[in-house]
Design a protein around this ligand. Structure first.
Ligand code: ZN
Ligand code: ZN
Length: 343
């Protein structure tokens, strides 16, 4: 299967595999500019993924040493992972929104033990059972070597609403928080090469994908007690993207698609339906953990491994946070761990 695709108008994509992941691959976009190719995202940091990216750039008639810059939609490793290697090979700049750059900095500086302690406390507060929390507590106590991650620090900031400095191209940063606090979409404000109706093309990262919905959890930050509403951010960001009316959407997974407003409506409907389903469950007071156990996932709760259960609870919490903000649920007084009930 061909791993590169020419989208026309100086935009190509490379399918960079994500090992052992049902998403399969990240679509890395190669944008021609007057100063050399600029990438939108890079792919997972893995030897095979790197080889595919390098071969893909060759197949696009350029090479990894020619890359002038990397625009990162968000800090997740299937997008940001290979930035460091690309920069080493080419001297390219790496640009990211300040909120996600702060997460990269924190990941590099924090001792993993602290993160495990934070997660253990958080899960306990959410009502998680002992067997879920015990391994995290053990990791937090140290005594064994924990993997350290050192994602590449970006050297440029993506400023919302501004055009990026790309000679010969009009690429505007659209801040779309929700999936991560610093997620950005990039709007290529140029005529569609196939003359499709609409306003240019949108690199949508994980904000908007065909057929699948991105994970919306809480913005976990051990150093910040601000009560954020990531799901509310996400829904607002969807509306913002719909108003742009792009002729075509170039997402980071799966395939390009048209009619962004229709996809936005589907996603908004999906979330409203899900919120209504949760309200029905919350006729009985539930902790976030109990709610996650009762929510519908892509497989039965019993088959979900502990690491994915942590992610599922975070998603349940982001929905509770949003319902709480809307006044549709309330915390049950005197409950510990805190339980929530529909108003
Ligand atoms: Zn992501
Ligand atoms: Zn992704």
């Amino acid at each position: 299967m061909a791993r590169t695709f020419d989208h026309g108008g100086g935009v190509r994509s490379i399918r960079v595999p994500i090992p052992d992941n049902p998403l399969g691959y990240t679509l890395v976009y190669v944008l021609d500019t007057g100063r050399g190719p600029v990438l939108v995202d890079t792919g997972w940091d893995d030897a095979g993924s790197w080889d595919t990216l390098v071969a893909g750039l060759d197949a696009c008639g350029t090479g990894v040493r020619e890359v002038a810059g990397v625009v990162v939609t968000h800090h997740h490793p299937d997008h940001h992972g290979l930035c460091g290697r690309v920069r080493e090979a080419s001297g390219a700049w790496v640009a990211m929104h300040a909120a996600d750059a702060a997460i990269v900095r924190r990941t590099r500086e924090a001792r993993p033990e602290r993160w495990f302690a934070y997660m253990a406390a958080k899960l306990t507060a959410a009502g998680a059972p002992q067997e879920q929390v015990a391994p995290l507590r053990a990791a937090a106590r140290g005594g064994r070597e924990l993997p350290r991650f050192s994602p590449a620090l970006p050297d440029r900031e993506i400023v919302p609403g501004e055009l990026l400095d790309l000679p010969g191209r009009r690429l505007r940063a659209i801040w779309t928080p929700g999936h991560t606090p610093g997620h950005v979409c990039l709007h290529l404000e140029e005529r569609h090469p196939g003359e499709l109706p609409g306003q240019g093309r949108l690199f949508s990262g994980d904000h908007m994908l065909p057929g699948i919905t991105p994970h919306i959890g809480l913005y976990e930050d051990p150093d910040d007690a601000t009560v954020t509403d990531p799901l509310g951010d996400y829904l607002d960001s969807l509306e913002r993207v719909s108003l742009l009316g792009p002729a075509e959407v170039l997402p980071a997974h799966r395939h390009a698609f048209t009619d962004a407003p229709a996809r936005v409506r589907e996603l908004l409907d999906h979330h409203e339906e899900r919120l209504r389903g949760l309200l029905a469950l919350l006729a009985t007071p539930l902790t976030p953990w109990q709610l996650a156990e009762r929510m519908r996932w892509n497989r039965p709760w019993a088959d979900i491994p502990p690491s994915s259960r942590t992610i599922a609870v975070s998603e349940a919490e982001s929905h509770l946070r949003h319902l709480l903000k809307q006044g549709r649920v309330e915390q049950v007084p005197g409950s510990g761990p805190v339980a929530y009930a529909a108003v």
